[in-house]
Design a protein around this ligand. Structure first.
Ligand SMILES: [Fe+2]
Length: 412
């Protein structure tokens, strides 16, 4: 007989979850202060998986001191096929042609699957002599203009009033050569000591969030907000992402909500991208099937990186293609932007030591927070560990029908 189950979880309070359908706290078995995977029995692991796949984001508090090598092992609890390769590649992105290089993320030498992100300069950390990480949000009037990602940045007065915005809603994956991991794990080492900030929504409401909060919305919730016609369209559609997607949008900026890109002709022409081939270009269903959630389709689309939509009519077999990028963005944005309201967004308020596991294939997430301006202040620096490992299994389509491509990459 196995030991009595002792890992438990509780949903975050309704006042925080609101309509997001996101958020639970995992409580480790009594006597276990730092997560010790070897001490969890099969029931514990099953409860842990259920907590994550039902609630999309789970938090274990007070994990300061956890060994970085635990994070990749933990990721495999949710995806046995997770490879030991960070989804951004085996080295941090340093190619200046790639928009992701601006984060200047480092890697922990003893756990190369774990990246270091945040804001500020650090010395002699985890065997790294000098490390500088950059927090990319609005930085109006400062000398980091290249990090601006919004077409219309916040005004200096709005920043002074404490406003911030989601930087770019995304899943952790390059959409090229590697498949998205099932989960991403974040662990907070340093939290900036700054007052709350706030996000303004199109309906006029405002949401107060912790400075540097990580914001999430659920793909399952997004699906439920679609009209029946849009749901049918989503269930029958495959999304092809842009070749070398982040290089393709390198010169582009996003809408104020961080969900899409206004098409202004600044995309890098596909003939001018670094070497690429279609068989490495990500192609995923618009509505994903999630483990432990057989009845809920997840609308999982990265609105900034989309390139082409292919829709199969399951009755007639007819195929419709939208390959005008502006139109593709318009269609996706029309569907996805319905979720952009205060009550649908969970913004994780970081506490030092938090271990946050999120279902990368079940949510979209975004950085928020105006904290880069304070990077010189010792108590306003920020450091997080981030573990996101490419999966070997492509995302599954919620509806399977003939013609759906299940490789995770574009057909050649
Ligand atoms: Fe991310």
């Amino acid at each position: 007989m196995s030991k009595p189950t002792s890992l438990t979880f509780t949903l975050l309070p309704e006042s925080i979850r609101q309509c997001s359908a996101i958020g639970a706290e995992v409580h480790l078995p009594p006597g276990m202060s730092l997560l010790d995977l070897d001490q969890l029995n099969e029931e514990d692991k099953g409860i842990f998986r259920r907590a994550l796949f039902e609630n999309q984001v789970v938090i274990i508090r007070k994990q300061k001191g956890i060994d970085p090598t635990v994070l990749p092992r933990l990721a495999k609890l949710f995806d046995e096929s997770a490879s030991d390769i960070h989804s951004a590649g085996d080295k941090a992105v340093s190619d200046p042609r790639n928009i992701l290089s601006a984060y200047k993320a480092g890697r922990i030498p003893r756990a190369p699957q774990v990246g270091i992100i945040g804001s500020g300069k650090f010395h002699d950390y985890e065997g790294l002599k000098e490390l500088e990480v950059v927090h990319l949000v609005e930085f109006a009037g400062q000398n980091l203009d290249h990090t601006l990602f919004h077409e219309k940045p916040l005004e200096q007065t709005e920043i002074a009033e404490g406003f911030t915005r989601p930087y770019r809603w995304h899943m952790d994956t390059p959409f090229y050569e590697r498949l998205p991991g099932e989960v991403t794990i974040l662990h907070s080492i340093r939290i900036p000591n700054l007052p709350d900030q706030k996000i303004k929504f199109p309906d006029g409401s405002t949401k107060a969030i912790g400075a540097g909060a990580t914001a999430f919305f659920s793909g399952a919730r997004a699906f439920t907000l679609l009209t029946p016609e849009e749901q049918e369209f989503a269930l029958n559609t495959t999304v092809t992402y842009a070749p070398q997607a982040y290089e393709y949008i390198r010169k582009c900026k996003s809408s104020e909500d961080g969900l899409t890109i206004p098409t202004l002709g600044r995309e890098v022409h596909i003939d001018k991208l670094s070497e690429w081939s279609w068989d490495k270009v990500a192609e995923h269903p618009m509505a994903w099937r999630s483990p432990l959630n057989p009845d809920r389709p997840f609308f999982q689309v990265h609105g900034c990186c989309v390139y082409k939509l292919t829709t199969h009519n399951p009755v007639t077999g007819e195929v419709t293609i939208i390959d005008d990028v502006e139109e593709v963005r318009r269609v996706v944005y029309g569907m996805q932007s319905k979720i952009y309201a205060a009550k649908n967004i969970y913004a994780h308020r970081w506490e030092e030591g938090d271990l946050v596991i999120f279902h990368n294939r079940g949510v979209m997430h975004s950085i928020t927070g105006q904290i880069a301006a304070h990077k010189q202040d010792e108590d306003k620096k920020r450091m997080l560990w981030q573990c996101t490992m490419t999966s070997q299994n492509p995302p599954k389509s919620f509806r399977t029908y003939e013609g759906v491509n299940e490789t995770g990459y574009a057909r050649v």
